[in-house]
Design a protein around this ligand. Structure first.
Ligand code: IVH
Length: 685
């Protein structure tokens, strides 16, 4: 090798180390230190070197996460040690019985590590001399499917263990057990994209994650937003051939005294662990932890189905041993299921803002994970046909986090007569206009002429993310449309207090207040106005991007698809929706009519900023005008970061609707609490 090639090799090594460090900071620690642009430059430099000098390429290079050629089938691979299941129950009694059995077998006080039970897909990852060697699904517990290439594409699976500041040597063999899952926000985004593309949505994040993990084509897996959390060392060995004779000495299992130490070792090797792992001194504390998590369950961006208790001391684990099914030193204390079976009473159709007709299942009310559910979406015509559910059928329904309840499947009742299959109407159930078929969707052709579309459109226009008009909720909108006081959105701005007095429930003060609120909404941020128009695909974040880029509504309306696609984050589908919206005569006329009411639209301030540098944010409850993932992106773009639990170091707690215990904790710790509007204002400032 020439001297200059030696230099190139050193440069490549440095780049790999640097990129690995940033990967870890970003994907595991959630606190990036450099911009995406700076990262891309490092990455491209390394790629260029590896292309020019292919012999310098190493299998654990950070460039090697891109996916490989598809396989014809997944190989069967044996686990290092059997991957057992967990003993589990939903009842406190069973949990206490477990604790008694453990205490009988252990001398002295019993401590447990408790952590969330992640509801994803189980995976074993094996490192040989610190380098990712293979990844295997759980399968039957003894053998699973080799999904190494797929696991390589998951950013939180290290391709090489970290050794930097590590007090422990890198093991010669490390087999780790963990869970692969999809964040709810990513899952919803993925499903939105699939539905838009006319594909079947996934039933839940777990199925989506499991399916992606078992793909034959790892390049497909790479496009799926998978996360890996490690929680258990299946096996660890250090082999040193230090002596002249090459004699090997092995340390196994006994390397750690407690699970706490084992988990710390995993963390120091660069693996990501579940949030909020805690050590508890007795079973009552574990029960309190379970209750706390059950309350926060809807706040999390991932699905959990309970909490796991593990005996912290490792030596007594051997004494307790395992059954063929589960170890006797661990227990899953589960939550009430979020799936229930109930009777579908009737199917009806809802007309949305864009005219989409959505079949809706009206159910015999049933409690699912603490919430009463009486209706569930059936998505679209194709979904309805595929699931073939009919009035009178018994159906399985589920809720997942903030996701609207869904009908999972029909529950067979052999011998029971069924009713006729539901047919989507050929006319809009609300206005009687003809419907159009658009892929899997059925759409009312009447646009703002349809009272349902008009109502939904106005609701969106004046919602919190839009003009934010207080006192103009869906009931009032329905009254205004029903009384023929409003035939298009622009009519809102002609309403006088006297007009409003005619509405049911409106007296003097309320009428004056609402009329004044409507008038003052004419001076608003351009971004809110754009969002409020309800252009398909344009949510709060895109609206802000568009407002920043075009800075005036006429400029946005003039933009060609090519010009729109130059904007970061706007692809061909979105640009087509935007130009399509403004080129539609009826929509354009409606926008013109609104603008004729003398609007003052304020563009966002012009500057790049790192205003939130060093500030951390915790979210709780449901946000209205912005998704969690959008909020996260925007905080990140201003230099801040999002973390999942509140501590005294937390910068802000952002509280949405139905906030959980985090809000209380924030107050106790004197962490500033922002509501959604205050949060959006902060981003603006
Ligand atoms: S400990 C044998 N901890 O739950 C004990 N398992 O129902 C080792 N799971 O397939 C597992 N979250 O993959 C453990 N925090 C957690 C977990 C967890 C999810 C999975 C695990 C297993 C399943 C058993």
């Amino acid at each position: 090798m020439t001297a200059s090639e030696g230099e190139v090799r050193r440069r490549a090594d440095r780049l790999r180390a640097e990129i690995r460090r940033h990967d870890h900071l970003y994907h595991v620690e959630n606190r990036p230190e450099i911009s995406d642009g700076a990262y891309d430059r490092l990455f491209r430099e390394l790629q260029a070197i590896e292309e020019e000098f292919p012999h310098l390429l190493t299998p654990d290079s950070p460039t090697q996460r891109v996916g490989a050629d598809p396989l014809s089938e997944l190989p069967v691979v044996r686990h290092v040690v059997p991957m057992l299941s967990l003993d589990s129950s939903e009842t406190e009694e069973d949990l206490r019985r477990f604790d008694e059995r453990v205490r009988k077998a252990v001398d002295g006080p019993v401590e447990y590590l408790v952590e969330p039970k992640l509801d994803g897909s189980s995976l074993e990852v094996v490192y040989v001399d610190g380098v990712l060697d293979r990844a295997v699904t759980r399968g039957n517990g003894v053998e699973g499917e080799g999904v190494t290439e797929n696991a390589r594409t998951i950013p939180s699976v290290p391709l090489r263990l970290r050794a930097d500041r590590d007090p422990l040597p890198i093991p010669s063999l490390l087999a780790v057990r963990g869970e692969v899952l999809m964040y709810l926000s990513s899952f919803e985004e993925l499903n939105r994209g699939r539905v838009e593309a006319g594909l079947e949505p996934y039933a839940n994040p777990r199925n989506a994650a499991a399916g992606a993990l078992r793909q034959l084509d790892s390049r497909i897996t790479r496009t799926r937003p998978l996360e890996f959390f490690a929680f258990d060392i299946l096996d660890v060995t250090w082999t040193t051939s230090a002596t002249e004779e090459g004699e090997a000495s092995a340390r196994e299992g006994t390397a750690f005294d407690t699970d706490e130490q084992a988990v710390e070792a995993l963390r120091s090797w660069g693996l990501r662990l579940p949030d909020r792992t805690r050590k508890v001194a007795d079973i009552d504390e574990a029960i309190a932890y379970h209750a706390e998590f059950a309350r926060d369950r809807d706040d999390l961006d991932y699905e959990i189905d309970g909490v796991v208790l593990k005996l912290n001391a490792l030596a007594p684990r051997d004494a307790l041993g395992s059954t063929s099914h589960h170890p006797r030193w661990a227990f899953a204390f589960k939550f009430a299921p979020r799936q229930e079976v109930t009777r579908l009473e009737r199917i009806t159709v809802q007309v949305g803002r864009t005219g989409k007709l959505t079949p809706l299942a009206l159910l015999r009310p049933v409690e699912v994970g603490g919430v009463t559910v009486s209706r569930a979406s059936l998505h679209n015509r194709e979904e309805l046909e595929r699931k073939d559910v009919r009035a009178g059928d018994l159906v399985r329904i589920q809720r997942a986090g903030d996701v609207i309840p869904q009908v999972v499947e029909r529950v067979e009742e052999p011998g029971r007569a069924r009713s006729e299959a539901f047919r989507m109407p050929e006319e809009c159930p609300r206005c009687g206009a003809a419907v159009l078929e658009e892929g899997p969707f059925v759409v009312c052709s009447n646009r703002l002429g349809c009272p349902a579309q008009l109502e939904r459109g106005i609701e969106h226009f004046v919602s919190r993310g839009g003009l934010d008009i207080e006192g103009l909720g869906s009931e009032t909108v329905a009254l205004l449309v029903g009384e023929d006081l409003v035939r298009e959105p622009a009519d809102l701005f002609d309403l006088t207090p006297d007009d409003l007095l005619k509405l049911e429930g409106f007296a003097e003060t309320r009428s004056q207040k609402l009329a004044a609120a409507i008038q003052s909404a004419r001076k608003t941020e351009l971004a809110r106005f754009i969002y409020g128009l309800g252009i398909p695909e344009v949510g709060a974040t895109v609206a802000r991007v568009l407002a920043g880029e075009f800075r005036s509504l006429p400029k946005l309306r003039e933009a060609t698809p090519e010009r729109l696609e130059e904007v970061e984050g706007i692809g061909p589908i979105m640009s087509e929706k935007i130009t399509g919206f403004f080129n539609d005569d009826a929509r354009a006329a409606s926008v013109d009519a609104i603008l004729s009411k003398d609007f003052d639209l304020i563009p966002p301030p012009e500057r790049e900023s790192r205003a939130l540098e060093g500030k951390s944010f915790v979210f709780t409850g449901r946000l209205d005008s912005i998704t969690r993932s959008e909020a996260k992106k925007r905080v990140g773009s201003l230099g801040g970061r999002v973390v999942s639990s509140v501590s005294s170091a937390t910068g802000y707690l952002v509280r949405g609707e139905r906030a959980g215990s985090k809000a209380k904790k924030a107050e106790e710790l004197n962490v500033p609490v922002l509501d959604e509007q205050a949060f959006l204002r902060l981003l603006e400032e």
